[in-house]
Design a protein. Structure first.
Lengths: 362, 200
């Protein structure tokens, strides 16, 4: 769906603003710290129910105000959808066309891909960044994945509580294993979906990588399970259960579940070299953008239309050639909202411009 | 505080002990009772006391009953070789409504959930094992709720019963994900009972 309008109340540095968007390419202009990223963040929240950079909604409320509220009007094939997300008095509320909804109800509605300079952590950062990438991308395409993931986290929480109780000798060690079966069954479902997703996007990532960098290389995305095997013909649930059972003493000493999709990772290889370790800064940035564009394509195929693409200052770090290639690559997407502090480089007449100064528009 | 009546405050505090009743709802209920005719309030109080005196849990299956053992446990036409295990007495009504199940029941009175402080010792599993042995049960259908806690409970019960040489089946996976057994419609539930899968 395309976003047509957004209304922000007490969100970050905005007190009360309305913003209108163009159908295709939108360029948000403004000096640093004026609110460009905050505006993108608000669109992201409407699309997936939460911020891409801050888990605590209380942090998103404007200083000394009691609540924030975001309301957006989206459109697809002539049908308008109103989405509202608000937070106040420690309660978050999502409404779709005036009816109360849950985050899972947003799945398949808008579809959002966001990229920012922090995305470099997708390559350089800790495994948690890569797990979040997979979870956000797959969840937006599959309600089933999101529900399975939520159930996995729930089972994991229950099991960890028992492991901690066993660590403190409040319960018998054998009781903790009651939850092992649930954890490994749900965990295996999560892992299988993640592996399938990486297989689905790898050729796109490879093409995009070649297009942006201007040279062909053999790109591989390999799922990296920690402490258990997932090779061809492996029953993942059994393999994970074996790993947990073999380290049950250690699990009780540590007081939490040691293996499973909550600690796994994936690797990005270029000509069999790990880009994380051996890639140049340019290669790493290219890999991230190739991933994000592949995410957009995969989601587009699943939803039957391109998701809304939010690009936060992604051109700033690219050289002329790569910036040009990226511009060409994203031109096939439907609606894009870009931010930039340097208008000259990107601006062309077809772009809808939005200028932000100190939390005000225009 | 509502006005200056300690009696209203006492009622509000009693009502707040009930599930899903917060302080605001309790206040509304108290004010409603204050306004209502005395006969209506007396009838309510009497209904509560009579229910509490007369209705109990069946000493065999744990279901709700006024006679002990309950009508289902006493019914000679029921298949006494199959037990359907459920979490709460309310689930018995749900499965009965499908008309597909003609065996006996066993109510666990809970589900495993460390988050809520519920462990194996809080469930009626010992009495289930006793019944399996004394009644010569051939099949156990585990119909716990199809959520994370229900499935963990199902795994736990299956692990205890299987060593007794009983066939264990589950309906949990036939019911839509994330739903409660109570909320599953009768058709879905009936189909789930017919198409139940054995736990190996
Ligand atoms: Zn009974």
């Amino acid at each position: 769906m395309r976003i047509q309008k957004i209304h922000l109340t007490n969100f970050r540095n905005f007190d009360d603003v309305d913003v209108e968007f163009g159908e295709h390419r939108n360029l948000i202009l403004g000096a640093n710290a004026q609110g460009k990223t905050n505006l993108l963040e608000s669109i992201h929240i409407l699309g997936v129910g939460r911020s891409h950079r801050d888990r605590k909604d209380a942090n998103l409320v404007r200083f000394e105000e009691p609540f924030y509220r975001i309301e957006g009007i989206f459109e697809h094939i002539g049908v308008k959808t109103r989405i509202e997300v608000s937070y106040g008095e420690e309660r978050k509320r999502i409404r779709i066309n005036g009816k109360d909804a849950k985050p899972v109800d947003l799945i398949g509605l808008v579809g959002i891909v966001i990229s920012s300079p922090d995305d470099i952590d997708l390559v350089k950062g800790s495994p948690g960044f890569r797990r979040t990438f997979l979870d956000m991308a797959i969840s937006q395409m599959s309600k089933e994945y999101l529900v399975t993931l939520q159930r996995y986290v729930r089972a994991l929480t229950q099991r960890n509580l028992l492991l901690r109780a066993a660590q403190e000798r409040r319960i018998d060690a054998s009781e903790a294993t009651t939850w092992t079966q649930s954890v490994v069954e749900l965990g295996a479902m999560v892992v299988r979906k993640r592996v399938a997703y990486l297989e689905e996007i790898v050729s796109q990532v490879s093409e995009n990588f070649a297009f942006i960098s201007g040279k062909t290389s053999d790109i591989k995305l390999t799922y990296d399970p920690r402490g258990y095997g997932i090779g061809e013909g492996t029953d993942i649930a059994v393999s994970l259960a074996n790993a947990l059972n073999a380290h049950s003493d250690l699990e009780i000493r540590r007081g939490h579940t040691l293996y499973g999709p909550h600690v796994d990772d994936f690797k990005l290889l270029s000509d069999d070299r790990d880009i994380r370790q051996f890639g140049s800064e340019g290669e790493q940035r290219t890999a991230v953008l190739a991933l994000r564009c592949a995410e957009t394509n995969a989601m587009g195929e699943r939803l039957g239309r391109y998701p809304l693409v939010l690009l936060d200052d992604v051109f700033a770090e690219l050289d002329e050639a790569r910036a040009g290639a990226l511009t060409a690559l994203i031109s096939k997407f439907d609606q894009i909202v870009l931010t930039s502090s340097r208008p000259a480089r990107l601006a062309d007449d077809d772009m809808h411009r939005i200028t932000i100064t100190g939390g005000r528009i225009g | 505080m509502l006005g200056s009546s300690d009696r209203i405050e006492r009622l509000i505090q009693e009502l707040t002990k009930m599930p899903t009743i917060g302080r605001r709802t309790a206040q509304r209920l108290a004010l409603y009772l204050l306004k209502a005719p005395l006969e209506e309030v007396t009838a309510l109080a009497r209904a509560m006391i009579e229910m509490k005196k007369r209705v109990k849990y069946c000493s065999e299956c744990g279901g709700i009953t006024e006679q002990d053992p309950c009508v289902i446990c006493c019914d000679p036409k029921r298949d006494r070789s199959v037990i359907c295990v459920v979490e709460e007495p309310g689930n018995v009504i749900g499965v009965e409504k499908t008309g597909e199940f003609r065996g006996l029941y066993h109510v666990l009175h809970g589900r495993l959930s460390p988050l809520d402080g519920v462990g194996p010792e809080d469930l009626s599993v010992d009495s289930l094992l006793d019944r399996v042995k004394t009644l010569g049960i051939g099949e156990i259908i585990i119909a716990t709720n199809p959520n994370v806690e229900g499935e963990a409970t199902c795994n736990y019960v299956a692990g205890l019963v299987k060593p007794l040489g009983v066939k264990v089946t589950t309906i949990a996976r036939g019911v839509p994900m994330g739903s409660d057994l109570d909320l599953a419609d009768e058709v879905t539930l009936a189909r789930a009972i017919e198409g139940r899968g054995e736990i190996k």
